[in-house]
Design a protein around this ligand. Structure first.
Ligand code: HEC
Length: 151
């Protein structure tokens, strides 16, 4: 229990620091990213959004992954598909106008831990709203669904 509290505190702190940093540097990532440089060590996915190290080790509660993913699919349809597309490919109608575009979740989840995906869903970034109003179980269900997309 106390470990979870410490972890939650660390995440909050990290968020506060990131928010502070974001105020000073609006749109620093829009055009400056060096595309085309092929580093063999970095994942091929287009995302430049990195979750903090502490997020890596967050673990989903034990339970039936298939059931969790099925619940996540329903939630995804109501809360996420407008941007990410009904199958998570990043091609939803609302997402079309966004810059950067909503991430293709069928490829981006491969190289990330469940904790990192959970953290990103929780925090949100730019046009993507955070999901702190959803229960943790709901967010883990979404993670399970997203992970099932790249299997
Ligand atoms: C208003 C549009 C919008 C909605 C709604 C939205 N997203 Fe996103 N999402 C985005 C955008 C845009 C990005 C890319 C953010 C960036 O990298 O700057 C993103 C990124 C992500 C990522 C990170 C992918 C990666 O590997 O970096 C995940 C995971 C994700 N969204 C899941 C969700 C889930 C789950 C929901 C529903 C609860 C959701 N999104 C709702 C627009 C949206």
């Amino acid at each position: 229990m106390s470990r979870i509290t410490i972890l939650a505190g660390a995440i909050l702190l990290t968020t506060a620091i990131m928010l502070t940093a974001a105020c000073g540097s609006s749109s620093s990532s829009t055009s400056a990213s060096p595309k085309g440089s092929s580093q063999s060590s970095s994942p091929a996915s287009a995302t430049s959004w990195t979750a903090p190290a502490e997020a890596k080790n967050l673990k989903a509660p034990s339970g039936d992954k298939a059931q969790s993913a099925a619940r996540g699919k329903t939630l995804f349809g109501t809360s996420c598909a407008s941007c990410h597309g009904s199958a998570g490919k990043g091609d939803g109608p609302v997402g079309a106008a966004l810059k950067p575009k909503p991430t293709d979740l069928t490829t981006s989840a491969k190289n990330q831990t469940e904790g990192e995906i959970f953290w990103k869903i929780t925090e949100g970034k730019g046009a993507m709203p955070g999901s702190k109003s959803l229960s943790e179980q709901d967010r883990w269900d979404l993670v399970a669904y997203i992970q099932s997309l790249s299997n």
